[in-house]
Design a protein around this ligand. Structure first.
Ligand code: HEC
Ligand code: HEC
Length: 295
């Protein structure tokens, strides 16, 4: 009897200690969620950088409901609703971290005394200023990664293209999406402007704001640098296929290429006509056409 009583008392004390307030939750969210869930372009309007933002929920309504173990946010953390959060996982949250959030919801989401200030709007380098991966990363994470990542909600990253890390964005397994220094030749730029179909993001409109499109263009034009300034390696030999309007003798949609004796040319249309170019990236980042024809 005495032993059982002591056990109960200890269990009760343990529970009291385990009831977290927003100090712990806010710190966890700051670490794992706010790179996406902050600012005017927060996915589904869900802001997780402040207590009020969490309580406000998303465009769909509340994400935490006091005492509800099936609150949408908890379902996302456990992978009961897809895509699982954090979207850039794995790694997802540990069991202990998920239990912490679940206990906080069970206790009615106490705020506590710690305050978290709303994150400032993402800084946007002025036109012509240096643009690094860290400047464009939030765009790719917030808008593209729900499809273009291993956590894809469309059953795998389309065309093998993952846009969740610098290395992945530059990977040249199937085709390249980025030709460093050459935005016009880069499939990413062609897709976000609608020069190539289907336009991205695939679930748009809305399309990316002009300012984001400009930022991605500058990032590629300046060599698609990493967050620490490292220039992206040129994917020498990578294959390129362009279909669009012949805007010059050796130019489609403004993307210039070189033609030589080895280029096979069939039924080339007049300037202004529809053409297709297949080519290969050269060591200097230019593209040499291997085939050019009308379509
Ligand atoms: C890499 C970006 C990213 C990170 C990091 C991230 N999310 Fe998300 N989150 C998204 C996107 C994008 C969506 C919308 C997905 C969709 O359209 O289905 C989303 C949706 C959600 C939803 C669904 C809201 C609703 O209305 O159904 C919840 C809840 C959520 N996230 C919570 C979290 C939590 C909690 C974390 C941190 C543990 C987190 N997210 C981290 C990008 C992210
Ligand atoms: C809702 C899912 C979804 C979202 C969001 C999305 N994409 Fe896509 N993306 C696709 C699908 C599906 C394809 C393949 C479409 C096709 O070419 O038929 C694709 C293809 C692409 C391609 C062509 C790849 C290749 O090798 O042909 C690029 C580049 C691309 N997306 C970039 C982006 C960028 C940049 C964003 C964010 C601004 C984005 N996508 C957002 C689903 C998505």
């Amino acid at each position: 009897m005495r032993a059982a009583l002591v056990f109960l008392l200890m269990a009760g004390a343990g529970q009291a200690q385990d009831t977290p307030d927003f100090a712990a939750i806010g710190t966890l969210f700051a670490d794992r969620c706010v790179i996406c869930h902050s600012g005017t372009d927060a996915p589904l309007g869900l802001h997780l950088d402040t207590y009020q933002g969490v309580l406000n929920g998303s465009d769909n309504g509340p994400v935490v409901i006091a005492g509800d173990a099936q609150s949408p946010l908890l379902q996302r953390l456990r992978g009961q609703a897809e895509p699982q959060m954090p979207l850039d996982g794995p790694p997802f949250l540990s069991e202990a971290e998920i239990t912490l959030v679940a206990n906080w919801v069970a206790a009615g989401m106490p705020e506590g005394t710690a305050t978290f200030a709303a994150l400032p709007e993402r800084p946007r380098p002025a036109p012509g200023a240096d643009v690094l991966w860290s400047d464009v990363e939030p765009i790719f994470l917030k808008v593209c990664a729900k499809c273009h990542s291993d956590n894809s909600k469309v059953g795998g990253p389309p065309e093998g293209l993952r846009l969740d890390t610098w290395e992945h964005a530059l990977a040249a397994d199937e085709r390249v999406a980025v030709v460093p220094g050459n935005p016009e030749m880069s499939e990413i730029w062609r897709r976000i402007t609608g020069l190539a179909d289907p336009r991205m993001p695939h679930d748009g409109p809305p399309w990316l704001p002009e300012d984001d499109i400009r930022l991605i263009r500058d990032w590629i034009a300046q060599g698609a640098r990493a967050a620490d300034g490292t220039l992206a390696p040129i994917p020498v030999g990578a294959r390129i296929r362009l279909r669009g309007v012949l805007t010059g003798e050796t130019e489609i949609d403004g993307a210039r290429f070189t033609v030589d004796g080895g280029t096979r040319i069939d039924d080339l249309p007049a300037i202004g006509g529809q053409a297709e170019m297949r080519g290969e990236v050269q060591p200097d980042g230019t593209v040499r056409a291997t085939r050019l024809r009308d379509r």
